[in-house]
Each structure stands twice: as C-alpha cells, then as structure tokens.
Ligand binder design. Structure first.
Ligand SMILES: *Cc1c(COP(=O)(O)O)cnc(C)c1O
Length: 376
C-alpha cells in the first residue's frame, strides 16, 4: 500500500505531468515571469468557471483578504465580524489593518459562523462580516446576506477552502461560493482544492468599481504607470503559478468529485459509529471537502490522533486553538469571550486524510485503524 498522506500532490502531478511540464517550460522559454499571458488567461478562465465579472489574481489568500478590506475602505477602529474557529489569516489581517475583529460563535454542525450570533455582535461601528466556508462547507450565505443588507454591512467571503462549491440562493439561482458577497477571496496554496506549486491567491467581485480599486491596491495603488493614487501593496500571482492553475482548473470539478467519493466512503463507515459525528452537508450547498472532519463526542480525540500516528495514518487537528485564544489577540479584549461551541469543537475535531489520489485499500486501512481505537 502506498504511504498515506494528508494530501498527495506528487501523485496528482504525475497524472497531469506532460501538460504541467509543457506549460511551465513555456513560461521559462518566454521569460514572461510577471503578468504573462498565463495570468490574464487564468483570470478569464476563472471568471468563466465562477460566473463572476472580475477575478483579480494576487500573491496569496492572506493578501486577498487584506486587499479586500482595503478596497472596501475599512478604517482603523471599524469592527469586522468573523468566526474565531478559522485559519488565523482571516482574523489576522483584520488586526493588521487596525480594524477590530469581533469574534463570533460557529454552528456546531456546519463549523461555519453562526448567523444567529451575528446580529447580537452588530454595533454602530460594524462595517463588515467575513464568513469562512470552512473545510469546504459553505456558511449560511442566504441568512448572512440578509443580515448584511438590513444593517448595511459589507460581506467578504473567505472562500480559501471552498473553491468550486455551488450555493443555492433563496431566489432559486445557483451560484459559486465566493461570488455572493461584495468580494470573495481564495488561496491557491498547494494543498487547497485548487492549489498551485507555490503561493497564490485571488479576489472575486461582480462590482466594477471594487474591481478597479482591488487592481490598483494590489499594484502599489497605481492608476497608471508611476502614478500612485492610494497606498497599496505589491501582490502578484506569477506566470508559472498561473500556468499551473490554468491546467489544474480544468480538473477542479473532477478533483472535487474525487474528494466527495472519499467523504462518502468515510460517511458510510463512521455514520453509524457511536460518539462520532460525521461532517454535516447543508442542503443549500455542495460540500467540496477541503477537509473531512469528524467531531468526537466521547472517544478521546488526542488519543486517536496519537494512535493513528503510531499506525502511519496521518491526521490533523484543525484548529487546536481558536483565534480568540491566540496570544496575538491578547490585547483585543478577546480573552474574556466565551465561545462555548468554538472551544468545544477545538477539543473534539479531527481531520482525516482526504485528497484526489486516495486508494480504496488506504481508506480500508484508515477506517479499520480508527475502528480498532474507538471500538464498534
Ligand atoms: C489557506 C487559508 C487562507 C490563507 O491563504 P494563504 O494563501 O496561505 O495566505 C485564509 N483563510 C483560510 C480559511 C484558509 O484556509
């Protein structure tokens, strides 16, 4: 049996090697490393795939979030509502810009921001909500957009873990996650559902004015060469990464299907198991399983984590410390927060290997090993 990994990027590469190698060599031979035709090509491919008016590639997902907040004109002291149960980048950029992160609770089933808690967190200083489509499950965007409209708030979707997911809006239309709020952000970190061979990210918006601001901010606030209208940053996706992404984007739906097959296998096995909660699948959206995350209510999570490691099965705890308990935010008044569900989840979640190259015998071994530990 092939050694089990959380992700198998080499196995994935081997299947598309000729196309990838050709595309990379093409960039090198043309030496158009920055803003080459691959970057504008990817931009168009993604606009088509997502049915969104504007895609602006950038250097990574964290930059995308930061640029989104800058483009919306958020000012120091403004409050931004975000879940605490997320990857640190979501909340870090809020603080970096001098904005105030307002951490709210997540839903125990979806792992995403609890829309019922958002309204309680709104103050006259609130400017934006940043829902995170965690592990590939979309947040309740219908409810979030309604709250945002009612309270005149911006919505920035952190779509780094859910690229390719479909969402059913209340008006009956089906759209891609990341294209529902004012701005959507994603990351092309190698292990993401659409990952490149280095760092990368992008922003999505249907708003022409915002798209122009985003482009300008990502390019030193430049409106025309050597004329800088606003303070921006330097955040570019390089041509080699864009070339890789153009090829992998064609596979994205297949990759998502492969992940969903693994998830279905796990679901069938763990569904009936006592004390084991399988991932919730909302009827509003298509779960794209960036992670397959079990919640153990009874079985010892850390014990299982160690047992699996001793049997050569990798597993990960996403996330062991929620944002509001990070030292980084000690001076933000977050230490007095009581986010019961968030704390409860950080002690009970465990993510299993899931990727596009999983083999049946690996899945059998993983599930059998977990059964050994937890019992039937
Ligand atoms: C990966 C990730 C990011 C950051 O992306 P980078 O490309 O690593 O900067 C932000 N938010 C979430 C939820 C992520 O998973």
């Amino acid at each position: 049996m092939k050694r089990i990994q959380m992700v198998d990027l080499v196995g994935q590469y081997e299947k598309i090697k000729p196309a990838i190698d050709e595309a990379i060599w093409n960039v090198i031979n043309n030496a158009h490393f920055i803003n080459g035709p691959e970057v504008s090509g990817l931009k168009e491919d993604l606009e088509q795939y997502l049915h969104v008016k504007h895609v602006i590639p950038c250097a990574n997902g964290t930059d995308a979030l930061q640029i989104a907040m800058m483009a919306l004109g958020l000012q120091p002291g403004d409050e931004v509502i975000t879940p605490s149960f997320t990857y640190i980048a979501t909340t870090e950029v809020i603080a970096l810009l001098g904005l105030k992160p307002i951490f709210v609770e997540v839903n125990k089933d979806t792992f995403c921001i609890d829309e019922k808690e958002i309204e309680n967190a709104i103050t006259p200083k609130t400017k934006a909500i940043v829902p995170v489509h965690l592990f590939g499950q979309a947040a309740n965007m219908n409810a979030i957009m309604e709250i945002a409209r009612k309270n005149n708030l911006f919505v920035i979707e952190d779509n780094a873990q859910a690229l390719g997911s479909n969402y059913h809006l209340t008006d009956g239309t089906v759209v891609k996650t990341g294209t529902i709020g004012d701005i959507g952000c994603t990351s092309f970190f190698p292990s993401k559902n659409l990952g490149c061979y280095g760092d990368g990210g992008a922003l999505f918006t249907n708003n022409d004015d915002l798209a122009n601001k985003i482009k300008m901010i990502a390019n030193h606030g430049q409106s025309k060469k050597y004329y800088h209208d606003v303070v921006g940053c330097n955040s570019r996706l390089d041509s080699i990464q864009a070339a890789v992404l153009q090829i992998k984007l064609r596979q994205l739906d297949n990759y998502i299907d492969a992940r969903r097959e693994v998830a279905a296998y796990y679901d069938e096995f763990f569904g009936p198991m006592n004390g084991v909660q399988i991932p919730f699948r909302s009827s509003d959206s298509k779960h794209v399983f960036h992670q397959y995350t079990l919640t153990l209510d009874g079985p010892n999570r850390d014990g299982l984590n160690e047992y699996l490691a001793s049997r050569d099965v990798p597993s990960m705890i996403y996330y062991p410390v929620p944002a509001h308990r990070q030292k980084m935010f000690a001076s933000f008044g977050a230490e007095n927060l009581h986010l019961q569900t968030t704390d409860w989840l950080t002690e009970r979640v465990i993510s299993l290997p899931i990727h596009t190259e999983m083999q049946e015998e690996q899945l059998e071994y993983i599930t059998k090993t977990i059964e050994e530990y937890i019992g039937k």
